[in-house]
Ligand binder design. Structure first.
Ligand code: ES4
Ligand code: ZN
Length: 319
């Protein structure tokens, strides 16, 4: 049995496997510019974050109906459960759907149908985190928060994703203030490709409780000291870092040094359909390639529950 764990950094659109993409394309009459799943997989050779995002947004064209989002989330929960995931906090990108004519209701209602069943059918509890695309405007983010208001009973928090460099957290100060006033939890991607200053800004200006990635904190010893002292969780995604060339190879990943420094690290899959593995595969890879022993692996699993947006009773039950 795989070790029970929570997954805290997972883009649901990044769980779209080639087979499901083609099935949905056929169901919806959408043409894909790839002959078959093998040809599509050939395109999964990324230079950087942007080259991945281009494909990620392109493939979303196949997601059109409530049932598509339901099928997507259901497939993820089945795979996650099989790898020991007991709790998943799931990102979604409403702007990437609304901008191509798919309503917020369609996305949230569809995802929710799968998540509602997830606890019963897969034994996985879930939370939804709505992300703002940081390469879109602050006004667009505010409009997205507004459009989400009828669904706030099903949305736990807000996040910030997409192309990082040139889009510092402070751009979204106002929308994060509004989200906090609505009682939403706050996280943000920072220090994936962007500099350590973006991590500091996400904490100080946006008031985030966790940092998604946070990899580049290692360049600033004072920041590391702060993150250790305040026990700020980092949702690292080692397989993503390799595929997007933030690190040269998995063997070069700073995860062991980050744990040794006392940082509160978790490991997650990010976009598992694109990056070569789900979270159980990620645990296996860091064990085998980075030589993390059983104590470190238990620490990563324990951190995942401690950093989750669960109350104390739920946390005990989940692990
Ligand atoms: C993402 Cl790996 C990554 N980074 C930033 N934004 C994203 N959206 C989906 N995957
Ligand atoms: Zn991410």
């Amino acid at each position: 049995m795989p070790v029970p764990k929570a997954e805290l950094h997972l883009h649901i659109e990044g769980t779209l496997e080639p087979e499901l993409a083609f099935a949905l394309a056929a169901r919806n009459g959408v043409a894909l510019p790839y002959a078959d799943t093998d040809a599509l997989r050939e395109a999964y050779r990324f230079e950087d974050l942007q080259s991945f995002l281009n494909l990620y947004y392109e493939l979303m064209a196949v997601l059109r109906t409530e049932r598509d989002f339901e099928d997507l989330a259901d497939a993820y929960l089945a795979r996650a459960a099989a790898q020991g995931v007991r709790h998943a906090e799931i990102f979604f990108d409403p702007q990437a759907h609304v901008s191509r004519g798919v309503a917020m209701d369609t996305v949230v209602d569809g995802l929710w149908r799968a998540l509602e069943r997830g606890e019963r059918t897969h034994g996985v509890s879930t939370r939804l985190i709505m992300c703002f695309l940081r390469d879109e405007s602050a006004e667009s983010a505010l409009a997205t928060l507004d459009a989400a208001k009828p669904h706030l009973d099903r949305i736990t928090g807000v996040g910030l994703d997409s192309a990082e460099v040139g889009h510092p957290p402070a751009k979204f100060r106002e929308v994060y203030e509004a989200a906090a006033a609505l009682g939403l939890r706050r996280v943000a991607h920072a220090g994936e490709e962007g500099p350590p200053e973006y991590i500091t800004e996400a904490l100080d200006v946006l008031g985030v409780e966790r940092i998604d990635h946070g990899l580049r904190c290692t360049e600033d010893p004072a920041l590391v000291e702060r993150l250790v002292r305040d026990r700020v969780p980092l949702t690292l995604c080692p397989l993503s870092n390799v595929r997007l060339r933030t690190v040269d190879t998995l063997a070069d990943h700073p995860l062991p040094a980050m744990l040794d420094a006392g940082l509160m690290c978790t490991v997650n899959s990010d976009d598992p359909a694109y990056f070569g593995g789900y979270v159980g595969d990620t645990f296996d890879a860091v064990r085998d390639t980075l030589g993390l022993g059983p104590e470190r692996l238990r620490e990563l699993a324990r951190n995942s529950f401690l950093a989750a947006f669960l109350d104390d009773d739920e946390e005990r039950r989940a692990r």
